[in-house]
Design a protein around this ligand. Structure first.
Ligand code: HEM
Ligand code: HEM
Length: 183
């Protein structure tokens, strides 16, 4: 299997970025929900610290993924899609990338506004993005929650699109993003 993308399929590196980020998003939302169910205390802070570190990891991976995308060719969408389907697919991908930046950045900013510094697994202390402010924290928390709902909605649309390609159009769009599959 090729490391780089071709005009036929995504290469191993692009596939790895895609599926590792999907797995980390599942971990990320699970950590947030587990922390949300706990009363204030050490256990909650530990889970939130992990949530922050995983979120910063996602941010780093998305930056690397976009760099890799920029220096690689990529398979075009099948030509038999209607113009509105092409537009919808592009819009969904752009929305996913925007949300993959907006989620970690809103989380990092809300932590700074709350006065809780962000570190990456205890190895790297990140700077505060804004000064401590209760009203700003409240607004950013609402933003972070709302963006998470947007992310769920866009991911649902994206997954429905991928399944439609596979089961209704019977094309290669899903297979070319899956490891260990053939054209
Ligand atoms: C793709 C990345 C991220 C996703 C999908 C995500 C998702 C979520 C979700 C769904 C919640 C709400 C849990 C609930 O109350 O129901 C949450 C809470 C939170 N997130 Fe994130 N998050 C991400 C990145 C980050 C980052 C990078 C940070 C900080 C550096 C962060 C900091 C927080 C904090 C502090 C809370 C709890 C807020 C509170 O209740 O006081 N998040 N996140
Ligand atoms: C959970 C969060 C997910 C996120 C954030 C996400 C994000 C993305 C993004 C941004 C792209 C565009 C790649 C590019 O053009 O650079 C993409 C492509 C793709 N995704 Fe996802 N994805 C997710 C889940 C899934 C799932 C569960 C499936 C399978 C059911 C899937 C199937 C695909 C396929 C097949 C492509 C390639 C589309 C093409 O070749 O044109 N994704 N994904």
């Amino acid at each position: 299997m090729a490391l780089r993308n071709t005009t036929q399929r995504w290469g191993v590196i692009a596939q790895t970025f895609h599926w590792v980020i999907v797995a980390l998003l599942i971990v990320q939302v699970t950590l947030a929900e587990m922390a949300d169910d706990l009363p204030a205390g050490v256990r909650k802070l530990t889970l939130l610290a992990r949530h922050k570190s995983v979120g910063i990891t996602i941010l780093g991976l998305v930056i690397l993924r976009l760099v890799w995308r920029a220096v690689n060719e990529h398979p075009p969408l099948p030509g038999n899609l209607k113009p509105y389907e092409q537009q919808l697919a592009r819009l969904t991908h752009v929305a996913l990338y925007v949300l993959l930046f907006a989620m970690p950045l809103s989380g990092w900013t809300l932590s700074s506004a709350r006065g809780f510094p962000v570190s990456w697994f205890g190895f790297l202390q990140l700077p505060d993005l804004v000064p401590k402010s209760r009203p700003l924290y409240d607004a950013l928390l609402l933003t972070h929650h709302t963006l998470a709902w947007f992310l769920f909605a866009v991911v649902a649309l994206h997954v429905a699109g991928a399944l439609k390609h596979h089961f209704i159009h019977h094309d290669d769009v899903l297979r070319r993003m899956l490891p260990f599959t053939r054209q």
